[in-house]
Design a protein. Structure first.
Ligand SMILES: NC(=O)c1ccc[n+]([C@@H]2O[C@H](COP(=O)([O-])OP(=O)(O)OC[C@H]3O[C@@H](n4cnc5c(N)ncnc54)[C@H](O)[C@@H]3O)[C@@H](O)[C@H]2O)c1
Ligand SMILES: [Zn+2]
Length: 367
């Protein structure tokens, strides 16, 4: 097991990464100072696959442990599920001294974290993320929340976990598309901050895709460190934290333009990065060799669902509806070179739209 410390002024916490950690969860958390049993929040899928290992370990350390099961999928990240969680917590006699253990992917982490942020005005929570995306991204940074009809993640809070426990072993049961989706976020971390991570990914991709423990541990730690560093220096998203949105402005638009049905989030981001790389090259911000190298790495992860059926009008609609766009000042993240990101403000809307039209017409093959 390796430990990474997230340094936040008053609320630092450890991220533990290792193979088979779930079986030690109880002991690790007891050593961290927890003495009561947590309320575990999870969905049925993850409970069926890995619930027994976790529960046995928690029961050994804390005795009887309550589980709240929620529906599986983004469509359950709603206030209705949140109310279900509150109700079941009251029924289980949870109070201010209780704490939550979020066991699952980003959906469970976001909603269980928001329940922890709001139940009795805030109780502690621990994350045990079980998707690659959750281990490298959503479990770090303290953003928690739910979706509403008006949009995704529009209701939420900042609530930092007391610890994050990432077992690389659970990723073996993850569907390949979900694994790839998380991997695109890892590539993003390398692209904005670490050429070294990019080189590692280029070299070890087959081992990573076959879920070899050592390689997974390496990339999870590297990506988590990058996100944690960026977040620690800009906890509430004033400036630097924006670089984590590389590929996300266009990525969100690809997701929204297809009704959030065609692409996994990471796949949208992969297309968003490819588009940003192509546009950056066109603007003369990055040379052809570097941008082609990154596109090659992104494409070598697997086949992306095609963007052929998307019209530029639909895509543009989604672009300008994005909450980050609405100030009228269009900001985009570009790379100077692999491992180095740059925030650009005042991106020209009409040339961006022209570029997107060309990008779509090429099927995303401008590079
Ligand atoms: N808070 C943040 O900073 C942040 C950052 C990025 C994403 N997110 C949020 O994260 C969510 C996406 O998270 P996700 O990609 O983890 O999706 P997810 O939580 O829906 O998990 C994907 C699927 O994999 C299943 N699963 C989970 N672990 C598994 C395992 N080990 N084996 C087999 N199946 C498993 C889940 O049940 C689900 O069906 C979105 O709601 C997004 O908004 C939040
Ligand atoms: Zn993302």
């Amino acid at each position: 097991m390796k430990t990474l410390h997230v340094n936040l002024s008053d609320r630092g916490y450890p991220i533990w990464v290792g193979e088979g950690l779930l079986a030690d969860a109880g002991a690790l958390l007891a050593r961290r100072g927890f003495s009561l049993a947590p309320v575990v929040i999870a969905n049925r899928t993850i409970m069926r696959l890995h619930g027994e290992t976790l529960m046995r370990s928690l029961q050994r350390a804390f005795g009887r442990t309550e589980i709240i099961r929620i529906g599986d999928g983004e469509r359950f990240k709603t206030h209705a599920t949140l109310l279900q969680i509150y109700r079941e917590m009251f029924r289980a006699h949870a109070d201010r001294r209780s704490w939550i253990l979020a066991f699952g992917g980003g959906v469970v982490g976001d909603i269980a974290g928001f329940a922890a942020a709001t139940f009795m005005r805030g109780i502690p929570f621990v994350m045990a993320p079980t998707t690659l995306l959750a281990q490298v991204d959503s479990s770090i940074g303290g953003k928690v929340g739910i979706n509403v009809a008006e949009g995704k993640n529009l209701i939420g809070a900042f609530h930092q976990p007391a610890a994050v426990l990432s077992d690389t072993g659970v990723l073996k049961t993850l569907p390949k598309r979900e694994l790839a989706s998380g991997l695109y976020e890892v590539i993003k971390c390398g692209a904005i901050r670490s050429e070294r991570l990019l080189r590692y990914l280029e070299k070890k991709l087959p081992e990573i895709l076959s879920c070899r423990a050592a390689e997974l541990q390496h990339i999870i730690l590297a990506a988590a460190r990058i996100k944690a560093d960026v977040v620690a220096s800009d906890e509430r998203e004033g400036g630097l934290r924006m670089i984590l949105n590389f590929g996300h402005t266009a990525g969100h638009a690809f997701e929204a333009a297809t009704g959030y049905r065609k692409f996994k989030h990471g796949e949208g981001v992969a297309w968003g990065m490819i588009a940003a790389l192509a546009y950056g090259r066109e603007l003369g911000l990055m040379n052809t060799r570097d941008s082609a190298r990154l596109v090659r790495l992104i494409r070598s992860v697997g086949r992306l669902p095609s963007i052929n059926a998307i019209s530029v009008d639909t895509l543009w609609e989604s672009f300008i509806r994005d909450k980050k766009f609405q100030s009228g000042d269009i900001r985009m993240i570009f790379l100077r070179r692999p491992g180095e990101a740059e925030i650009h403000t005042g991106v020209d809307a009409s040339s961006l739209r022209r570029f997107l039209k060309k990008f779509l017409a090429s099927g995303g093959n401008l590079i």
